[in-house]
Write a protein that binds this ligand. Structure first.
Ligand code: NDP
Length: 285
């Protein structure tokens, strides 16, 4: 064992293929900043997670991402969890503070950074499609930023009701639930519509959430979390009506940028990270 590391390391525990875009961005950022760091993709089985977390500390890792299936299971293995990540109930980024592992969630924060470039979330009336991990991270951050009312629309009733109860009881939200059984009309009392489902994700690229935009305001802000492909049928439908849109790429870039900032203590070279993603996806972020 040597302490003379050639590289500083951060890692990704989970299924490497799913987190590849993050690896592409982080390595581009390290190169741009002249840091001799590597972002390694490491497949870790659930039974090996405790050893992997201990091993990363022993090997001097600066931090790591964790993806499905480790985002919840990693929590009891950490020394502390940031308050918003605790509210979300999932950790996707772990940073080192001395010899302690601190759990963070940068998904919702990344979405919010992209949103704030377009508008102030405070007081915004929001409809969120979906009640899974992405919806949970986004709605917790929206609630903490003072957005509301927040309407969660989900196909599965139990999951949606559980999220709304959690938002109201723990995150101080003004949230309500609508079960998604038929076309959801977006009215003129909605400022922001967010697709936080997996509808439209590759290979199902023609799929469009069952929503009607006829009654919506012309200045409705339509956001989609789908990063691949970023221009989804929902984004296209909104753009055809002249509405403002945010694709899944800013969320992806900014969740990585926030992780970079947590690990390095430096501001992220966001342009280099965007460019790496644009090249990877062949589109504009
Ligand atoms: P989950 O599996 O936790 O949740 C999926 C959600 O989508 C559930 O609410 C589910 O509803 C809903 N859903 C799926 N298919 C349908 C359908 N045909 N009709 C109606 N609802 C449907 O996934 P995640 O929340 O983790 O991820 C969701 C998406 O977010 C993924 O596509 C992922 O790529 C993207 N994402 C993007 C990020 C970015 O940086 N841009 C970051 C994280 C995620 P139900 O409960 O009824 O099953």
């Amino acid at each position: 064992m040597t302490t003379d590391y050639k590289y500083e390391l951060v890692g990704c525990f989970g299924d490497p293929v799913r987190e590849n875009p993050t690896g592409i961005m982080q390595e581009a950022a390290f190169a741009q900043a002249g840091l001799p760091w590597r972002y390694e993709l490491l497949e870790v089985t659930p039974d090996a997670l405790p050893d992997a977390v201990r091993g990363a500390k022993a090997l001097g890792f600066k931090g790591f991402n964790c993806t499905i299936p480790h985002k919840v299971a990693v929590i009891p293995l950490l020394d502390a969890v940031a308050p918003d990540a605790a509210l979300i109930g999932a950790v996707n980024t772990v940073r080192r503070e001395g010899n302690r592992w601190i759990g963070e969630n940068t998904d919702g924060k990344g979405f919010m950074r992209g949103l704030r470039e377009m508008r102030d979330p405070k007081g915004a009336r929001v409809v969120v499609l979906g009640a899974g991990g992405a919806a949970r991270a986004i709605t917790v951050e929206l609630a903490l930023a003072g957005a509301g009312p927040i309407t969660v629309v989900n196909r599965g009733g139990w999951r949606g009701e559980d999220l709304v109860r959690h938002l109201n009881e723990k995150a101080g939200a003004n949230a309500g639930f609508h079960q998604w059984v038929s076309t959801v009309g977006i009215g003129s009392d909605v400022d922001i519509l967010i697709n936080a489902t997996s509808i439209g994700l590759y290979p199902d690229v023609g799929a469009m959430p069952d929503v009607a935009l006829d009654g919506a305001r012309n200045d409705l802000l339509v956001c989609d979390v789908i990063p691949n492909p970023p221009v989804t049928p929902l984004i296209r439908a909104a753009q055809a009506r002249g509405m403002k849109t945010i694709t899944g790429l800013p969320m992806l870039v900014y969740q990585g940028a926030i992780g970079y900032e947590m690990w390095t203590g430096m501001s992220a070279p966001v342009d280099a990270m965007k460019k790496a993603l644009e090249t990877a996806f062949g589109v504009s972020a």
